[in-house]
Design a protein around this ligand. Structure first.
Ligand code: SF4
Length: 656
């Protein structure tokens, strides 16, 4: 590496009040790129396997991508990482447009250690770091918290806060940025709550250092033009956010209602306009306001992902049929500070158990549970977030705990990925009965459960469309950086193209996340690996090759896998819910309008086992245990981890 433009890592210990900094060494930068890659390395250094996720030995790490804060469009993603109280292992959740200013304040990463004896929040501004008393903020929701901090310091601060759910250690509590950007899924908000850390406020006024600003600007402009050139796709997101985009593919639900996708009603009911992360020409986020004459008129809400915050979990998942009611639920889930999909999964399991007589009014405190009931959904969210009574505690501990506590076969209703619940059929793209795609496989195989991380949509074709998959893969080979020889080898086994593709998609996406790229330009196909490499080199003053970056991506992926293995994840965690193997799924798509009702078969265990086998093989992992072998860890440059890894293998009696 010729130049080194990395900034320091800020380390705050809430037990001692100590504030320190450490450098990003050249070796760290070379091996783990930056952003989530270095964040994952830091996690392995600061959190030992077996540490209580809700105890002082866990760390909370914030890692903006390495190109965040530069002129590069859509490089807006910042990742929070910690040991997970939900899935018992690694978690990293990145989101667009939040906490980017950490880099402007002079830091590339933030590591929060220990546990404060009293509620506090962090204020970070241009090298100045202060731990402040947060008694006046405790109990406030995420929006109120951000507003209170803005009142004190100005709204130029970015604020990542927890709501009541994080304070009460709800296991799927989220961290919410600026009142609407959620780092959800795996319990980051509970980790923050366990540290008595109510919020992190950051403002930086300095330009992010780059090695060759003129060259970077030129490349950034070309990338912007390429993105804007994808006008049709961008326009769909601008018009209706991910909500509208989601309409272009069929979505199954037992509680189907055409209102869910009727965009005329959407326009009738909402004033809406796109919101963009700094420097992004897409603007897929949305500011919504309910028009006069409709329920909750005047209600305003800004959402990062309209689909995942509102109509996915609350419409398709829980059966609400009116946009304004879904928006009300989306507003509360953000304010209370919980992950929307897991929250819907918890409520959905509760309703199913009630329907099947496994719980009664005695356990629900007299509540009659049913689908499509907005008032009930909101009430249950409040009970959960505040752990009210035994029902609140039951829900706050998550679906696996709920099923185990209730017993009597309740486990058969679970829809869990890596132990995290989800409302059934809320998203066909991740339901492997609809297709064993890179997307649906990623829900089972990535380390933090369901979510669209590490998939590549254009390879998300069904296994029964083998020819399309091959064509897609060949078209995208240079984009993803798949070596020619490997491509020919993969092409000889078309029925296994998806598991093979997963490996290369994961390497590529891991680089994209380390650099801080949002998923949308990845979807738009405007970021071939060579372009990402050029942007990185211009920003950092390096002369690295695409192959080197992809190798680093593979190293990061293996580091994360080794770490979750040491935290106890096994091959048994690499399966979709049992229900997918046992139940068929009927649905009538709402789009296109003439779509016919269809029944999808249950998953074939034999085929799934074959797919897992090929996937592990493509990764160089043991095909029996599904875990990285010492040889693979050595090959990717993680020999320093071997002693600890092999010690774990011995003590857990798993052999590779
Ligand atoms: S596409 Fe959306 S989430 Fe991604 S950077 Fe742009 S505005 Fe932000």
């Amino acid at each position: 590496m010729k130049e080194h433009t990395f900034q320091d890592i800020l380390v705050v210990d809430l037990t001692t009040g100590g504030i320190d900094r450490m450098p990003v060494t050249e070796r760290l930068a070379r091996d783990f790129i930056g952003g989530q890659g270095i964040g994952s390395y830091l996690l392995t250094q600061f959190v030992k396997p077996g540490a209580d996720p809700l105890g002082p030995d866990n760390a909370l790490i914030l890692s903006p991508g390495q190109l965040v804060g530069t002129a590069v469009p859509s490089a807006s993603r910042s990742t929070f990482l910690a040991g997970s109280p939900t899935i018992g292992g690694y978690l990293g959740m990145s989101n667009g447009g939040g906490m980017m200013q950490l880099r402007n304040a002079g830091f590339d990463h933030l590591v929060v250690l220990g546990q404060s004896p009293r509620p506090v929040y962090l204020k970070i501004t241009d090298d100045q770091v202060t731990i402040l008393d947060a008694h006046h903020l405790w109990g406030k929701d995420t929006v109120e918290t951000a507003q209170a901090i803005w009142m004190d310091f100005g709204d130029h601060f970015e604020v990542a806060a927890i709501g009541p759910a994080g304070e009460n250690l709800v296991r799927h509590a989220a961290i919410v940025g600026n009142g609407y950007i959620a780092w959800g899924r795996t319990g980051l908000g509970a980790v923050m709550g366990s540290k008595n850390l109510k919020a992190i406020a950051v403002h930086g006024s300095r330009p992010v250092p780059t090695a060759h600003p003129t060259k970077l600007l030129k490349l950034a402009k070309t990338t912007t033009q390429d993105m804007v050139g994808q006008d049709e796709a961008i326009q769909v997101w601008r018009d209706g956010g991910t909500w509208k985009w989601a309409k272009t593919s069929p979505k199954p639900t037992r509680n189907l209602n055409s209102d869910l996708w009727d965009l005329d009603k959407y326009d009738q009911k909402f004033e809406h306009h796109p919101v963009a992360c700094p420097g992004c020409p897409v603007g897929c986020k949305h500011a919504l306001k309910i028009k006069p004459g409709h329920k909750y008129e005047g209600l305003e809400l800004t959402v990062g992902c309209t689909y995942a915050t509102m109509n996915g979990p609350f419409g398709l998942g829980l059966g609400l049929t009116h946009f304004e009611e879904m928006m009300k639920c989306g507003d509360w889930v953000q304010r209370l500070g919980m992950d929307s999909e897991v929250t819907a999964g918890v409520i959905s399991l509760l309703i199913e158990m009630y329907e099947h007589g496994l719980i009664s009014g005695q356990e629900t405190g007299g509540l009659e549970l049913q689908w499509g009931d907005e008032a009930l959904t909101v009430k249950l969210m409040h009970i959960m977030a505040r752990r009210e009574g035994s029902l609140g505690d039951l829900m706050a501990e998550g679906t696996a705990h709920m099923a185990k506590t209730i017993g009597n076969g309740a486990e058969r209703f679970l829809v869990n990925f890596k132990g995290m619940g989800k409302a059934l059929t809320a998203h066909s793209g991740g339901d492997s009965r609809v297709g064993l795609t890179t997307q649906s496989l990623s829900w089972a195989l990535n380390f933090r459960g369901h979510g669209d991380r590490h998939r590549y949509p254009f390879l998300g074709n069904r296994v029964d469309q083998k020819k399309n998959n091959i064509d897609s893969l060949f078209d995208l080979a240079s984009h993803l950086g798949i070596p020619d020889g490997k491509l020919q080898e993969i092409g000889r086994e078309p029925e296994m193209i998806t598991p093979w593709a997963m490996r290369y998609v994961q390497d590529y996406n891991t680089v994209a996340y380390a650099l801080g790229f949002c998923d949308r330009p990845v979807v738009l196909n405007v970021l071939p690996i060579d372009r990402m490499t050029d942007l990185y080199n211009a920003a950092m003053g390096t002369d690295r090759t695409s192959t080197e970056l992809l190798q680093a991506g593979r190293r990061i992926w293996n580091l994360e896998k080794a770490w979750v293995t040491m935290q106890g994840q096994t091959r048994a965690d690499d399966y979709p819910p049992d229900r997918f193997f046992e139940e068929t799924m009927d649905f009538k798509p709402t789009w296109p309008p003439d779509a016919e009702e269809k029944t999808y078969s249950s998953l074939d265990r034999g085929i799934y086992e074959q797919i897992l086998h090929r996937y592990y093989q493509s990764q160089g992992w043991d095909t029996v245990t599904g875990l990285p072998t010492p040889d693979t860890l050595r090959e990717v440059g993680l020999e320093w981890l071997l002693a600890e890894y092999e010690e774990h293998m011995k003590s857990s009696t798993i052999s590779t």
